[in-house]
Design a protein around this ligand. Sequence first.
Ligand SMILES: NC(=O)c1ccc[n+]([C@@H]2O[C@H](COP(=O)([O-])OP(=O)(O)OC[C@H]3O[C@@H](n4cnc5c(N)ncnc54)[C@H](O)[C@@H]3O)[C@@H](O)[C@H]2O)c1
Length: 344
Amino acid sequence: MTMDGIISSPIDSVTSEFVKVGIVGLGAQGRDVLLPTLQSLKEVRIDAICDRDPQLRKEVSGQASISKAYANIEEILQDDDLDCLVVACPPDRHYEIAIAALEAQKPVFIEKPPATNLGDLRHLVELSEKLNIVNGVGMNFRFATAIQKIKQLIDTNAYGTPATINIKHLAGFPRQPMWGVSSLEALLFAQTIHPVDLAIYLAGQPAHFKSRIAENDGKITIFSHIGFESGTECTVITGNAAEKFYWGLEVITNQGAIIECRQLWEVNVWTPSHREDFPSRESWRNTWTAGPLDRGFSRVGYRGELSIFLDCVRTKKRFTPSFSDLIPTYGILSDIAAQEIQRD
Ligand SMILES: NC(=O)c1ccc[n+]([C@@H]2O[C@H](COP(=O)([O-])OP(=O)(O)OC[C@H]3O[C@@H](n4cnc5c(N)ncnc54)[C@H](O)[C@@H]3O)[C@@H](O)[C@H]2O)c1
């Protein structure tokens, strides 16, 4: 890689006016989220789909007018027309699909989690760096509109630096083993991966970590505390015990401001009363809120992540988060998985 982050990839640059994408995996995420998000992007053409289910191939190719439908990764990798693959398969298939794509020198975007253990992820990092192939992981929270607003406030030091960041990511599933891993690991890879990655995105390199896992009749709650090299202390609470998905984030800065976001709809900033622009001792709140017509795929980050990834394919630049950016997150998930579960 050169100093400006341009990857000297052995594949030819994208020469046509469209980036030609192949989607692998047409389940809930591939068909209902990634396909319509890609269809909404300019300068992108979905040239081929791939799923091992023949009925899904038939339905999706008919509905989306995509003529090339392949049954497996080997077949789609024979298609030299494609500039990159976007993959959303069961995670226990992701590692082998990623290896096949990298070895075929095809840029690849893989939905989280790209592997089901740290060793496999490390191998993906080694191979992608050795072969210099653009790669990315679908961590959509980073790209959500509200998170981008908060990241900008942090990076510009608008209200001071974060003293603490607290994230709650509470879901109702999974409660069973799936993807070839235990129910705890399935929860870590389905849910906990998101807030841990987000904390790292906002606070930087983790320095120390501790967690506690509580279980009651299959309902798991994970309390984690991550200390960062930046000095920020972070708490992450995740679990599978919620009735409905609940998501909330709170940043408390060293100047006493509170930046808060719930359900990715709204960002509230409570400014300290001593600020010059708010000289009275009254309590002030600034609010950003998503517009009523804000389309979900943009607001929750899918559009941003795919649009930037495809731009990286076009320009051969490194995409973040890549496989290597997920290493600290996997380190924390592995530590959590090694904890003893406290049962009620
Ligand atoms: N970022 C997010 O917010 C988010 C949300 C939901 C799911 N996901 C991720 O998306 C991925 C897919 O989840 P899903 O709910 O769509 O799963 P799913 O089981 O509904 O769909 C997976 C699809 O992949 C196909 N498939 C399986 N093995 C294959 C292979 N070897 N080659 C080609 N096709 C194959 C299956 O036939 C199925 O259609 C998972 O990694 C999940 O964690 C991410």
